[in-house]
Design a protein around this ligand. Structure first.
Ligand SMILES: NC(=O)c1ccc[n+]([C@@H]2O[C@H](COP(=O)([O-])OP(=O)(O)OC[C@H]3O[C@@H](n4cnc5c(N)ncnc54)[C@H](O)[C@@H]3O)[C@@H](O)[C@H]2O)c1
Length: 340
């Protein structure tokens, strides 16, 4: 079996390494010559996955048609805001094998439209009269740990009426266990949203705050996550699953987390948020998701105080300490109050 992976970054590389242990061939498609050349010449992707070695049945190419030829599934692992342009390119090749599943592994929403990435991809495919079963594969999965074969669990959520259980078996491996979930919308919303909470935790870590603060942010962040997920049509139980609280905890406490580390760097005043982002060669999805979440809170009339505070720090020049103090000084209320 051949899998095609769109994206040659950290997660694309770690996931390619995993799949290559089960599948005959894994073709990675990238836009950066140096990454493609390094994967082919040395089996490593140093800027993105250190000295981890990819098996010999993983190859990379700059040619999308070559990557797609003969694929039995396509996995999309590019930054969220690149999902649409990448899917446009895929459609334009006319080289997509008929009816194969497309699985998105990126976390976030499209800022301009507030659409989920599966919606964005479907729109582009339908524009090209291409129809494919779509799914997302999300959950707590730092690339570094998957590449080191540390036990990891993900959730596969896809279009109804397709045998995703077969794909669950095709993707699951000894250290990567895949669960299914039929709440695709919920899985997508929770996976994107948790990055905002991770940035908030990073801000507090950078200010030297403690574990009480983290506990409070994670719990109240969970309340915001549930509020927005349910308002958009997802299920509350999904928030308590791998793509919800599972990923929120992992991203918020991990030393590998770019979103948490980004918040910490902002709070330490290393530079302004946009400059810190420019200095990072890897995507920080929480930066974009904060903008999307604030727009959603206005659109659906949902109160999201942590999102608002993070937005003020990242985009409205508010000092992190002031934003956290203001969060604490909000009007007292009951823990169970819906805040709508
Ligand atoms: N790194 C992780 O541990 C991890 C785990 C799970 C999910 N994710 C999600 O996967 C997505 C990708 O993350 P990553 O860590 O691999 O990012 P990354 O920054 O390490 O790599 C991104 C890759 O996408 C490529 N890219 C950027 N714009 C592109 C475009 N327009 N067309 C084609 N390729 C483009 C870059 O060249 C790079 O190879 C993100 O949404 C992230 O949240 C990451």
């Amino acid at each position: 079996m051949k899998a095609t992976i769109l994206g040659t970054g950290s997660w694309g590389s770690a996931f390619a390494r995993h799949l290559a242990h089960k599948w005959d061939e894994v073709a990675m498609w990238g836009i950066e010559e140096s990454q493609v050349a390094s994967i082919n010449a040395t089996g490593t992707n140093p800027g993105f996955l250190g000295d981890v070695r990819l098996p010999p049945n993983v190859g990379a190419t700059l040619d999308l048609k070559v990557a797609l030829a003969g694929a039995e599934a396509v996995f999309v692992v590019v930054p969220s805001q690149a999902a649409r342009p990448v899917m446009k390119q895929v459609v334009a090749t006319g080289a997509m094998p008929v009816n194969i599943p497309i699985v998105n592994l990126a976390k976030g929403l499209e800022i301009g439209t507030l659409k989920r990435l599966s919606e964005v991809m479907r729109e582009e495919l339908e524009r090209g009269h291409d129809h494919h079963p779509l799914a997302v594969l999300l959950g707590p999965s730092h690339a570094e740990e998957v590449a080191a074969e540390m036990p990891t669990a993900l959730v596969l959520a896809g279009d109804p009426g397709f045998d995703w259980e077969e794909w669950q078996r095709l993707i699951t491996g000894p250290y990567l266990r895949v669960y299914t979930n039929d709440d695709m919308l919920g899985v997508e919303i929770t996976s994107g949203f948790k990055n905002v909470i991770a940035v908030a935790v990073g801000l507090c870590d950078g200010l030297g705050m403690g574990d009480n603060t983290r506990g409070a942010l994670l719990t109240r962040g969970m309340a915001e996550l549930a509020r927005i997920t349910v308002a958009l049509g997802g299920r509350q139980e999904t928030c308590y699953g791998l793509a919800g609280i599972g990923d929120m905890i992992t991203t918020s406490i991990s030393r590998h987390s770019r979103n948490r580390n980004f918040g910490e760097a902002v709070a330490r005043g290393q530079a302004d948020p946009a400059a810190i982002l420019q200095g990072s060669k890897q995507v920080v999805e929480g930066f974009y998701m904060t903008q999307a979440a604030l727009k959603l809170s206005a659109k659906y009339g949902i109160e999201l105080p942590i999102v608002k505070a993070v937005h003020e720090v990242l985009f409205e020049d508010k000092k992190p300490l002031k934003a956290i103090r203001e969060l604490m000084e909000r009007m007292p209320r009951s823990e169970a109050e819906p805040e709508r």
